[in-house]
Structure formats: C-alpha cells, structure tokens
Design a binder for this molecule. Structure first.
Ligand code: AHR
Length: 327
C-alpha cells in the first residue's frame, strides 16, 4: 500500500521542514505507484561511504520501482534525527537508517513505529530495542578486526617488542567499537605488543593526518612497528604523515593495516605501503532493497543480514583485479 496523498500533502508543507544542508528532491505525483523510501546517510567522510551512497541511490531508482528521498547528515546525529522526523511527516513507506553512532535512537525510532513506518538499519548498528526496527543489513565489524589481528599475530610471532599506534574511527560507531575491540583483545593477549598512542581519526584522511602529525611532532622519532587504522582513508592520512617524518611504510618498515578495501585502498596495498586491507562491503543498496521486497511480500526477516569479508595483501593484487572491483 502506497502513501501517495498524505505524502503529497506533507510535501506541500515541507518548505518549512526541510533539513538544513540537505538537497531538495522532486515531490512524487499523487498517482505514482512507487515505493517511497527515505534514506538517512551519515555523510561522505570516506571512499567507502561515497560508494555506499551510490549503491543506495542505484538500488532505489524509479526504474526499480522506488521514489528515493536521500538525506546526507554531514556527520551529525542531530541531522539524522531531523531527517527521520521529516520522513515521518512525509509519510514515506520505509525508512533506511545508516546510523552514525549506536546510541541515541530509541525515541525517534519509537516515533517511526507510532507512525507505522518500518525502519531498516543499514551499515552500523543501533543500541535500541529490536522491536523498533525490522532488521540490520551490514558487516560484522568485530569479525573484520579479528581477521586483521589474526594476520598480525602471525606476522609478529617471535618478535620481542611490537610498538603499536591505533587510529580509531568515529567514537561510538559500530565500525569503531568492533574493530577496536579486536585490537584491544590482541593487545591483552600479546604481552610484547605496546600501545604507544590511541587517537581519533574520525574515519577521515584529514583528521588522521592531523593526529598522526601532532603525535610525531610531540614525540622524537619513536620506533613504530604497526599502525592499525580503522579504514582506508585513515591509512592514507597516517601514511602521508609518517612519510613526511621519514618513516617507510611496508616491507622492512611500518606495517599499516586498514579496513574497507576500496579501489584506492587496494592500490596503496598493491604498491606495498599498506600491508593488509580487510574488506568491508559498502554496496548495501541491493541487500536493503531485497529486505524491503520481503517486507512487501509479507515474508519473515532474519534479525541481521551480514555481508562477507576477506583480506588482501600486496601479493594478492593486480591492476586488472583492482580495475574490475565495483568500488
Ligand atoms: O561503517 C562503515 C565504516 O564507515 C567504513 O569502514 C568507513 O570507511 C566508513 O566511514
């Protein structure tokens, strides 16, 4: 059942209600029979995020039977909450929430439930009652972290001392929580690993470059064996800072590991400056659309739909392989 009329009426009112910083989209016509989906995206902080947004836009196209209302929250949870409230006022058929952090969603999800609008959580998880959303579509971030630490434990086996720098993602996001938990467990298990610094890179190249540069400016050429970056873009910024201070990244130098495996990340890995990249699939649009199709068909859902992941080292990569990657 489509919500054409209430949606149209609401759209007539939304000149006042539009979320600041978000692009206006054409109102649907009253008689169209498209499924209206409101997507609240975190922002555009990384190559991964851009690929994820493109995947959502392609999956929820008019050719596929959807009218998409897409809101970029510019990395602010309050913008995401405003976007969800707008979707509720518009009477969309479904809301897809890609939450910036896990906490703080309960009341707005309750508002969606009271309005009878199903919410699908995609990418990171929410810390809210499971009755308030249909399912989650996304990666197992702890498993990704554990793939990285298993590889590192093998690589550094027998080393008397391993000095570690940890560049974290956005604090409180599931991607940060899971990947950090895996590294912290490895630090606990390996008495010879020493954490030199744990810094917030916010999943961006610029912030990671800044925090790493500040660290290197305040410390005089400390020996660094491993930098654990929580996404590709953090690795780019960190490596840039390390190289400016004379460090060599890769074989015989600093081991840099990261997550995502976007084309750029894989290129840096093929060149040897990144030693290991763990894949995190950003193409969540088709899987999210399948969930909506199941809901339309009245089918039961699993509590979670996980994407697969694998690891890449320089030896695994070629230009041909990278060129045919979809992101
Ligand atoms: O939540 C997924 C993470 O968020 C990706 O690893 C990162 O690149 C993005 O910003």
């Amino acid at each position: 059942m489509r919500r054409g009329l209430p949606l149209l009426l609401a759209l007539l009112l939304t000149g006042l209600l539009w979320v600041p910083g978000c692009r206006r989209q054409d109102p649907p016509t009253e008689d169209e029979d498209l499924i209206v989906v409101g997507v609240s995206q975190v922002g555009a902080e990384s190559d991964w995020r851009v690929a994820c947004s493109e995947s959502m836009k392609a999956a929820f196209s008019e050719e596929n039977g959807y009218r998409l209302l897409f809101e970029d929250a510019q990395q602010k949870q309050e913008n995401q909450i405003l976007a969800i409230r707008k979707f509720i006022q518009l009477g969309v058929d479904y809301i897809v929430l890609l939450p910036i952090v896990e906490e703080g969603w309960e009341s707005v999800l309750l508002e969606a439930e009271e309005a009878g609008i199903p919410v699908i959580v995609a990418d990171r998880a929410v810390d809210a009652s499971p009755e308030l959303y249909e399912t989650r579509v996304g990666s197992d971030f702890l498993a990704e972290g554990e793939m990285a630490t298993a590889w590192l434990e093998e690589k550094f086996a027998g080393r008397s001392q391993v000095s570690v720098i940890h560049i974290q993602g956005t604090p409180g996001s599931t991607a940060q929580v899971g990947r950090t938990a895996a590294l912290e467990a490895a630090l606990d298990r390996n008495w010879n690993w020493t954490l030199l610094a744990q810094m917030d890179g916010d999943f961006t190249q610029a912030k990671s470059y800044e925090v790493m540069t500040n660290f290197l400016a305040e410390n005089h050429s400390p020996p660094i064996d491993l930098v654990y970056c929580e996404n590709d873009n953090e690795a780019f910024g960190t490596i840039q800072a390390l190289e400016e201070y004379g460090y060599v990244c890769g074989a015989g130098g600093v081991t840099v590991v990261c997550f995502d495996a976007t084309r750029n990340g894989l290129r840096w890995c093929m060149d040897g400056r990144i030693s290991l990249v763990v894949e995190c699939d950003p193409l969540l649009g088709p899987l999210t659309a399948q969930v909506i199709e199941k809901l339309e068909a009245g089918e039961a859902l699993k509590t979670e739909y996980s994407t697969a992941q694998r690891c890449f080292t320089p030896q695994d990569l070629s230009e041909d392989f990278i060129a045919q990657r979809p992101y």
